[in-house]
Every structure is written in C-alpha cells, then in structure tokens.
Design a binder for this molecule. Structure first.
Ligand SMILES: Nc1nc2c(c(=O)[nH]1)N[C@H]1C(S)=C(S)[C@@H](COP(=O)(O)O)O[C@H]1N2
Ligand SMILES: [Mo]
Length: 449
C-alpha cells in the first residue's frame, strides 16, 4: 500500500481500485496498514508537508521487499519507442473510465457517460475521459466536408470551411463544461452512490478557436437589431439553442481544439461552440450554423427540456448560467477509508459567473467550517481545485464543501434549495453535497437537513 498514490484510500471496485486492495483481503490490509503506520513513526518528512500529514504519514521505512528486491523492469530491456504512436494510460489505471449510469435508460444512441471525477487531479479533464452527452449519438465528421455558416441579421452572410477558420487569429482558454442536468437526481433525494454519477456531467479543458465576436464582425453583424443568436449542430438531434448576444460577444469561442489537439469526435469534432459559464446544452457540437436574430427562438431544447419545473407547476425558461458549485471528489461516495489518520480532502469548485473566491469545508455535517487551500491558477468560469488537511478519528464524519464566487454568491443547502425550487426539477441543482464517512470507513451519499 505504501507505494500507491492513493495511500490508505481504497476505491470501490467498480470505480477504481489499488493493486493492494485487489490482492489483499480487507482484514489483512488493515493489519498491514497498522504495521506500516507504526513503522512510519521515524520517517523523515520534508518541511513543506502539511503539519497533520507530517504527524501521521503512512509511508513505511526499511524492510519492504518491494524496495529491497530488484524487479524485472530494472534488469531487462523496456518497450521500443514507436510501440505506441499515440499514448495510452497504464494498464493499471484501466478502472478509471467514463460510465453510463445504471439508473438511466439509453434511448437509441442518445445517452450520457459520466466523467470519473474521483480519479482526477488538478483541474484539467483528460480528453478521453471528458463526459459525453449525445441526444442522437456521435459522429466522426470529415473536416474537409464540414461547413459553418453565419446568417440572419448580418450584412454579409458567409459560409466558412475548416481551413478558413483555422487560418484566422485564435485564442486558447480553460473553461468548465457542465450539463444543466448535472446533480439532477439529488432534487428527489435519489442519492446516487458516487461522485461520478452525482457530479460527473462536468469537465474542464483548454479550448482553442476563433472568438465568435470576430466571426460576427467578419459578417457585419447588425448591432442595432441583433439581440440573440441561434446555434445549430450538424447531427440528427436538431440541437438548436438560443444564446444571448451578450454571451456571444463576450467570451464565446467557435472551437476546434481541446487540450492541445483537435476536438474528439464525441465532443463535437471538428467544430463546437464554447459558451463559458453557460449550461452544456448551449455548447453546440458539430456546429454548422449561427443565425443572428432579435427574439429568443423557443426551440424544442429550450421549451421541453432544460427548463426548471417550479413547485407551483410553472416552469422557468432560459435559466442557463451554471451557478456557483463545488464537490469533494475524494473521499467521496463508493470509496473506503482503510484506517483512521491523515487524509487530504480534495475537490473542485466552479462558477458560471466568474472566479472562485473561496471554499469552506466541514467535516462535521456543517457545524464548523474551515477555509480550504485553493490551488492556482484560479481562472474565470473554470474549475478550481481545493484541498484541506483532515485527520480522521474513526468515528462518523460528514464531509461538505461550500463555495463562494467572485460575485459573492454562496452555495445553499439542499433543503434551502428545495424550499424555493421544490423536488420535481431536474436542472440547475448547485446545492452543497454531503458525504458520510462511517466508522467502517465506507463513504456514502447522504443529504443533511
Ligand atoms: N450537436 C449537438 N450538440 C450538443 C449535444 C448534442 O446532442 N448534439 N448535447 C448537448 C448537451 S445536452 C451537453 S451537456 C453538451 C455535452 O458536451 P460533451 O458531450 O462534449 O460532454 O453538448 C451539447 N451539445
Ligand atoms: Mo446537457
């Protein structure tokens, strides 16, 4: 256990598992860890380590055969350079995968796969683990045949090829993308077991492309009349969304790049709209057309779906900003703490309105709160990673995080949210998330009144 990066944190088999957890029965693991813990008392610690960690590191000292005996890879020849022209993760990491929720029905090719947030570090989502939401399945579109048109209230409607777009000036920016339905099951207290399923319709990447404003200028947008744009995708889902002109002119990007390479087919290759801070559905993939208009378009995906059903039976429309939100990703539901002692409590926070100003963490169900350390960079409409030192005493503990954004908005409790929004909504749940750590070490999803 001492050599795994998870330390004394085992993850539920379905989601993530350490090699030791696979080979050692649970009771042996505990005994092994106690021994390791005792042996660690003399371990030296670098000065910068958090204090609580310095007092309880689980690293073993001399005597571990895994450090004493030379393994085969230290004695033989390794793999040749060109064995993998495109790199892949280690075979030991194969449990870290996007997954379709067993609780959701797939309709034809229309479905959603959730990102394994419990296994991520920092703020960037690896491209192959970016969540996917397809209303009609995904396509691998030939970029030489793809066209992008701008029409409507513009002096010169234009049709661009990918070559036209890729020779224009470009920007690269890091932003989160969250489906408006993320965390939707929690409205009805269907406490799904893991953070992958509660919050995994969320990803964060560096996107590269042409600011939409420059393209609208290129077509001579009529700023006296224009108030909205309509974005349309080239897949069979007839995905069309109305976007405020203010968002379109502010930081929206017509993007072809993601994490330094072309977009993946699942994420809209070769072209998608990036609308920072706005819910995922407006980030139209396979982007083929933008129409400039003076009224909201009231399309199917903004009248039937992505509306907030309120307790009085009416619904809110166009509530598209993803409000301030955070979640502890480790320890989180489905994981097991193998022993008491030090843990780094880590998570992510984000806001569609700006930057994260602070995150408070509670380990006692919201009675006491402590400010978390924010990792840099802290960027606009981007994930921010936070960490808190925690020494678990082996008793029941309820872990919660509460983020505040640069506009002063603070996350509310699920019960406060329900008072205003009821329980029948699906979308836009940014309530505080709670994880219960039981004395047996198991972490589960609970809702605190
Ligand atoms: N053309 C098209 N664009 C689309 C969709 C789609 O099905 N087709 N799904 C939308 C929804 S609901 C979300 S949440 C995001 C998901 O983006 P991702 O699949 O890259 O995670 O894309 C949006 N853009
Ligand atoms: Mo979505």
């Amino acid at each position: 256990m001492s050599s795994t990066r998870l330390g004394r944190l085992q993850k539920a088999p379905e989601f993530f598992i350490t090699r030791d957890a696979l080979t050692l029965p649970r009771d042996d693991r505990r005994a092994f860890l106690r021994k390791a813990f005792a042996a660690a008392s003399a371990a030296s610690v670098v000065a910068a380590a958090p204090r609580a960690f310095a007092q309880s590191s689980s690293a073993t000292s001399a005597g571990d055969p895994a450090i004493l005996n030379l393994p085969a890879h230290s004695k033989g020849l390794g793999q040749p350079v060109a064995a993998r022209p495109y790199g892949l993760p280690s075979k030991y990491e194969e449990n870290l995968q996007r997954r379709e929720s067993p609780g959701l029905t797939r309709v034809g090719a229309a479905s959603v796969s959730f990102a394994p947030l419990q296994g991520f570090f920092g703020i960037i989502t690896p491209s192959g683990l970016h969540f996917e939401r397809h209303h009609q399945g995904w396509w691998d579109i030939d970029p030489t045949q793809h066209r992008f048109m701008i029409n409507g209230l513009v002096a010169n409607p234009k049709v661009y090829t990918m070559d036209d777009l890729m020779r224009m000036p470009s920007v690269s920016r890091m932003h989160f993308l969250e489906c408006g339905a993320n965390t939707g099951m929690e409205w009805g207290n269907v406490a799904v077991p893991t953070v992958q399923y509660t919050h995994g319709m969320l990803s964060c990447c560096e996107f590269t492309g042409v600011p939409l404003k420059w393209l609208l200028d290129d077509c001579g947008i009529d700023l006296k009349k224009a108030k909205f744009i309509l974005a349309e995708g080239a897949d069979g889902s007839s995905m069309t969304r109305t976007i405020n002109l203010s968002n379109a002119l502010d930081d929206a990007i017509v993007a072809y790049g993601m994490n330094g390479e072309m977009l993946r087919p699942e994420n809209g290759y070769p072209l998608r709209l990036v609308v920072p801070g706005v819910q995922g559905v407006s980030w139209v993939k396979y982007l083929r057309r933008i129409e400039v208009g003076d009224m909201p378009y009231a399309t199917k995906d903004e009248t039937l779906h992505y509306i907030d059903l309120m307790p009085d039976g009416q619904h809110r429309q166009y509530s598209s900003i993803q409000e301030v939100k955070s979640v502890i990703t480790s320890p989180s539901g489905g994981q097991v703490l193998l022993d008491k002692g030090f843990f780094n409590v880590t998570g992510i926070a984000w806001s569609g309105r700006g930057k994260i100003r602070g995150v408070d963490v509670s380990v006692d169900g919201g009675k006491n709160w402590k400010a978390a350390r924010l990792e840099t960079p802290v960027l606009d409409k981007c994930l921010t990673r936070f960490n808190v030192d925690w020494t678990w005493d082996g008793k029941d503990a309820i872990l919660m995080s509460r983020a505040t954004d640069s506009t002063g908005q603070v996350q509310a409790s699920i019960s406060a949210m329900r008072k205003v929004r009821g329980t029948r909504s699906i979308y836009h749940n940014n309530a505080i998330q709670s994880w219960l750590v039981s004395p047996n070490g198991e972490v589960s999803n609970v809702q605190v009144a």
